[in-house]
Design a protein around this ligand. Structure first.
Ligand code: PHE
Length: 492
């Protein structure tokens, strides 16, 4: 309505001098007219200039007198034309406030005589100018400046700033607003209409529609990238779906003595049901028992009585090296039927430890493990492959520190220089599997196995800026965060 009226009027007239008058003349609400002007101005259909006017509005008291008459007129009318009325009676008739104001004003106007016992009329007839003026102001009519001053002094009116616009045609004026097409459609292309259609400009700052889709957890995203790195380096993925392991594969096969503190229930979760494993490869178990008890292959062993019951106990695997042990055993079994082939294996999956949970520790986390099995490998090969692997993660400065694992000799902790933290941080553990582990499996004597392991959580936390592991994994994870996480790329 307002838009049509404005654009239509400007088609035949140069200017709209005053939006207020224009609104009144066309029976439009001025607020609506102002909104339309702002929009038309934004699209350059019109040029608009502010106009401000001081206008006057009635106070509550002013409104009251506009309805019922001024106090002086009311007072005058309350006095009987003949003989007058006692003061007290008049006051009761009008009420104290109206009486007080009325007396003052009526006396000033010389309408009444207050001198004697009785209040009497001095004139026969009065015009209630105050009421008339208030009604005029209410209707927005122009009133003489002296009258304004007087009404303002009596606090019957107050000033109000009125804002409006004067208008003329803008550079893009048209008698009707053009509709811009938001999309190029198949129909436009077919009919050729696209040539005449004006398109809405692209808003490159607009946010896209949120994608209604599944979202990968940061651990899954980093896991995926690590898989890709391993696959590019020619590694095969090991089957890691077995969370429940026997102590045998988790510890004994790895030449970890049965008294080792890590096997304590304070560190490892044992299963109540089923509490023991059903089967183990018996001849291999026998060789493992021997190597623990009395050694062999140039080793003295641990010289203790190895217990089969201890080996049978089921647990939640404490490291993925249990999977590596199974894989190497299978590989050794294969050499009974066909010549040995070198292998590169990797795994990324969950492990469990009976840890006190804190900012950096959970009772379950993920391990990344790489294993290379070939004839004549050396510690130099391990260092070389670690440089290759970690530089693909973006960690090219590495240092190694001698360490101890029951199943590797030599063993090395891996440190990487963290540019952000400005210090060396431990990033993994590695080593060459011991002959006491490999030879009972039946691998050829000159076959060496180099391996390393690290957690998935650590690099993910650094990459995604988490400093509490519980925000990343477990029941406190904020699913909203999973949806809004950026894509962080390893090695960039
Ligand atoms: N299993 C070791 C750990 O849990 C990691 C590791 C894997 C160490 C392979 C050496 C070789 O920390």
């Amino acid at each position: 309505m307002a838009e049509e009226a404005i654009l239509g009027y400007l088609a035949n007239n140069e200017v709209i001098g005053d939006s207020g008058e224009f609104a009144a003349k066309h029976g439009l609400n001025h607020d609506e007219v102002v909104n339309v002007i702002k929009s038309l101005h934004g699209f350059r259909y019109v040029e608009a200039q502010d106009i401000k006017r001081e206008s006057w509005v009635l106070t509550d008291e002013g409104k009251l007198y506009a309805d019922t008459g001024s106090p002086e007129a009311q007072l005058f009318l309350a006095i009987p034309p003949e003989g007058g009325i006692p003061r007290e009676e008049l006051q009761i008739k009008l009420g104290p406030l109206l009486f007080k104001i009325g007396c003052a004003q009526a006396a000033k106007n010389r309408w009444v005589d207050m001198g004697g016992q009785q209040v009497t009329r001095r004139v026969q007839h009065v015009d209630d100018r105050v009421k008339d003026l208030l009604l005029k102001i209410k209707e927005g009519q122009v009133v003489d400046q002296d009258d304004i001053k007087a009404l303002k002094a009596r606090k019957l009116i107050v000033p109000q700033t009125w804002k409006g616009y004067s208008l003329k045609k803008g550079p893009d004026y048209a008698p009707q607003r053009k509709k811009f097409a938001a999309d190029l459609t198949r129909e436009m292309l077919q009919s050729g209409d696209w040539k005449n259609v004006e398109f809405k400009e692209y808003n490159f700052n607009a946010k896209g529609q949120p994608i209604e889709a599944g979202h990968l957890h940061p651990l899954n995203k980093v896991r995926h990238q690590l898989r890709m790195i391993f696959l590019q380096m020619g590694f095969e993925e090991m089957p890691t779906d077995r969370y429940v392991e026997s102590s045998f594969w988790n510890f004994d096969a790895l030449f970890q003595p049965q008294q080792h503190p890590a096997r304590d229930s304070h560190d490892t979760f044992y299963l109540k049901v089923p509490s023991t494993t059903k089967e183990l490869p018996e001849d291999y178990v026998e060789r493992v028992k021997c190597v623990h008890e009395s050694g062999g292959y140039g080793s003295r062993g641990y010289e203790y009585d190895w217990s089969r019951e201890e080996a049978n106990k089921n647990l939640l695997r404490t490291h993925t090296t249990a999977v590596s042990a199974r894989m190497l055993y299978n590989l050794a079994q294969d050499t009974l039927k066909k010549p040995f082939t070198p292998k590169r294996y990797f795994s990324i999956d969950r492990v469990f430890r009976n840890e006190a949970v804190d900012r950096t520790h959970l009772a379950e986390f993920h391990q990344i493990e790489g294993v290379i099995c070939d004839r004549g490998l050396t510690l130099g090969d391990l260092i070389g492959v670690l440089h290759d692997f970690f530089s693909r993660l973006g960690m090219s400065k590495l240092r190694f520190k001698p360490a101890y694992n029951p199943y590797t000799e030599p063993s090395m902790e891996i440190f990487s220089y963290h540019e952000g933290f400005g210090k060396w941080v431990e990033v993994g553990n590695s080593g060459m599997f011991r002959p006491e582990m490999l030879l009972p499996m039946g691998l050829p004597e000159d076959v060496r196995v180099i391996a390393w392991g690290l957690s998935l959580e650590r690099p993910t936390m650094i990459l995604y800026g988490y400093n509490n592991i519980r925000d990343l994994f477990g029941h406190k994870v904020d699913l909203g965060l999973i949806k809004t996480n950026p894509i962080c790329r390893l090695g960039l």
